[in-house]
Design a protein around this ligand. Structure first.
Ligand code: ADP
Length: 169
């Protein structure tokens, strides 16, 4: 028999439940690193209850950004987006948890910071679409792809949160 479970609410989900292991890619963009907002961004996702399973500081190059922003390559703002995203280091993170893709998008707010609601990351920390602080994947399929662009599988860490029974019913 394994270790005895501490007293607490009964578990509804199995420990290998796929819906609790949904993952998303979050990038803390170079403007946010320069403005020392990395901790503020991490704090929001931690407080919500999501689990950090991968993180690194890196200087992005055009190769990875061409893959990551493949759908935007024909946009007029693409050259300035590349210049922005390579202007300094960024922090790439993988967050895990129930409904994490949709929830983080809601927490990040509208792409155009000028429209982003107060209480969202963009609504609280930025004013303009061209310097909008964070990226978060917009679907489970895109999250899977994007995590593959930014992380090797051995850079992700599977671990169990000790408060799991209190974050999930
Ligand atoms: P999101 O980041 O919210 O998923 P998009 O995928 O549409 O939004 O755009 C990717 C990024 O490209 C935005 O986060 C922003 O940094 C940049 N971007 C989008 N639209 C514009 C624009 N009109 N002018 C400058 N930069 C833009």
């Amino acid at each position: 028999p394994g270790p005895r479970r501490p007293p607490g609410p009964p578990r509804r989900h199995g420990s290998d439940s796929a819906e609790l292991q949904e993952k998303t890619l979050v990038l803390v963009k170079p403007d946010a690193v320069q403005r020392r907002l990395v901790g503020d961004v991490i704090k929001r996702f931690e407080r919500r209850g999501f689990k950090l399973v991968g993180m690194k500081l890196l200087q992005a190059n055009h190769g990875i950004l061409d893959k990551h922003y493949h759908q935007l390559r024909q946009k007029p703002f693409y050259p300035s987006l590349l210049a922005y995203m390579t202007s300094g280091p960024l922090v790439a993170m993988v967050w895990e948890g129930y409904n994490v893709v949709r929830s983080t998008r809601a927490m990040v707010g509208d792409t155009n910071s000028a429209e982003a609601k107060p209480g969202t990351i963009r609504g609280d920390f930025s004013m303009h679409v061209s310097r909008n602080v964070v990226h978060a994947s917009d679907s489970v399929e895109m999250a899977h792809k994007e995590i593959g662009f930014w992380f090797h599988s051995d850079e992700l860490v599977a671990w169990e949160c000790s408060d799991r029974d209190y974050t999930y019913g």
